[in-house]
Write a protein that binds this ligand. Sequence first.
Ligand code: TXA
Ligand code: MG
Length: 340
Amino acid sequence: MDLPYWNIFTPVARGIVKTAEIADANDPKAIRRAAEILRAGGLVAFPTETVYGLGCDAGNALAVARIFEVKARPRIDPLIVHAADTSSAERYGDFPQSARGLMEKFWPGPLTLVVPKKDSVPPIVTAGLETVAIRIPAHPAALALINAAGRGIAAPSANPFGYVSPTEAAHVAEQLGDKIDLILDGGPCPIGVESTILSMAEGAPCLLRSGGVAIEELEPLVGSLAMPAGPSARPSAPGMLKRHYATRTRLEISGQRPGEPRAGEKAGLLSLVRPEDPDRFAAVEVLSPSGNLREAAANLFRALRRLDSLGLDRIIARPVEETGLGVAIMDRLRRCAAKD
Ligand code: TXA
Ligand code: MG
């Protein structure tokens, strides 16, 4: 390959910076290798049904510290422990009776439960809190990896802190490829937004983050849930920061009237269905031509990343109805649009 003369001095060209290998998540050999890397204290990005996670051995404080470093994530923002089954989950947290029905109905799946932690969880995982967030992911490759590693995996979403979560292996490779040990490629994540987080730690269940399990599905089991506060500079839960899931390009949610590009502005449009006025925009992303909110959630982060890569002046997002997964979609868009 011919490189421009200045390129031979870059760390990548000189072989100093290596990008992580991308291995097929369906290949049992790749899963075994990934599990060895985890047991040795390394970092592996892996697919889940929600978004790609950046995983390490949840019991290895040094490995967990590396995750915070690689993501540039503040140490006050705790991680989720991923387990393969309920009895393993119980090694990390104390589940109250009120959580049993939820575990039975939604695990494996996109529901994270916050419960009092057990001593087996190093304090760095929970950012010093007395509670721990735990979930059993529903993705076969994630389950195979946790089983092969024989331990819980602490994993945040595999993106630099504050940016949009990755829903494809290529998203991880682009942003963290030179900082981690292996990426397991399981194709696009079927749900596309992060897990719903429910705290069971103090009396009444409390919704900390909307996500892949819709609130309407939870309420028959836990009674009515207060909606989590919108973006706030002083979040009720750690990590629920106002500006989060954010593109570099400024994003605005249009009000009741369709978003208007300004004169001379290169604006991109994010719309649930095909817009009637596509020609007014430099780029358009349609989340679900049939208006299906599940399909829209699965396409949301890929669409945001694509619009963010085009050098636009502004992204205009048209709001979606806040039912089902529409609640999580609007939450992510509001956090992306928040000023800081
Ligand atoms: O779908 C998901 O949940 C993905 C996949 C990889 O499992 N993970 C994910 O992790 O979204 P992360 O770290 O990006 O977001 C986890 C959120 C953080 O905002 C964190 O503050 C919150 O969970 N969290 C973790 N432990 C907590 C605790 N003990 N109390 C309250 N919130 C907690
Ligand atoms: Mg995240």
